[in-house]
Design a protein around this ligand. Sequence first.
Ligand code: RI2
Length: 317
Amino acid sequence: MEREIHPAVTDAADDIAEMEIRGAATIADAAAAALGEQAKASAAETPTAFRAEMRAAARQLHETRPTAVSLPNALRYVLRGMSGDTVPELRASVIGSVNEFRRELDQAQDNLGQIGANRLRDGDTIMTHCHSTDALSCVRHALADGKEISAIVKETRPRKQGHITARQLREWGVPVTLIVDNAARRYLDDTDHVLVGADAIAADGSVINKIGTSGLAVNARERGVPIMVAAQTLKLHPGTMTGHTVEIEMRDEREILPDDEREAIGEVTVENPAFDVTPPRYVDAIVTERGQFPPESIVTLMRELFGDQHSGEPWDE
Ligand code: RI2
């Protein structure tokens, strides 16, 4: 049967796929909000139809981008909070859990920021890769604590999210030096901390983040620069506790090579992975809202948070 999917869900799904909405936490927030709109507008007449509609909306959102685990974690949170025997009860429970989820997301980012800020000293220079709201929360708190922070911002090819980071930091009055990705090793000598976010953290402490993070981490380790990953617990990937791997999104080749330039070159293969995996040995600390962890011990937190809940996905029919 065709389910009524609200345009707010379809629009959010399109915007996530096209990266109009991007960044793991922002994607999670938008997906939860879209489920809330679906619940509010639903014309389902029976609890069974309402539940089916919510599951279909979640599936559509889930299919947009495969790597950031914050997206399925958000959908799970909302759907697992759905309870009641009537449509009004179900609707109220979904709206309630969406609001709770979004509040917790903000709170977690804030708490994480304070913990991350404690690692930064007055006068430090950070190097960033891509644009991470979790990582920037650490800088915001360090500034609020009265510390002076400077930033070396990597451009981050191919989509140049480094520009978003640079703009935000400038709004906060942080001196910014923008560099191309290839210049990172040279500027590590002027860097006190590499500070990045994450799209997913695996049970072994591996960090899945924007392509280029792993090379940066290896270089930083070689130069003796500590690498800190700001990732609220929403980025912890429950499936990796039972042996699943994290799928790396492959994006459109035209993000790297537009058609006209490709024609001029001739026959080539183009690969555009959006993310890579940084092994735990290159990461000094994963900063979450529950404290900072050496990557190898993150599994303890995962066990505490997820237990052994593993009984299918709440959006499956
Ligand atoms: P926050 C981004 O992915 C970057 O990889 C960034 O580090 C990560 O999401 C986390 O972002 P993309 O959506 O959740 O730009 O910290 O591909 O904002």
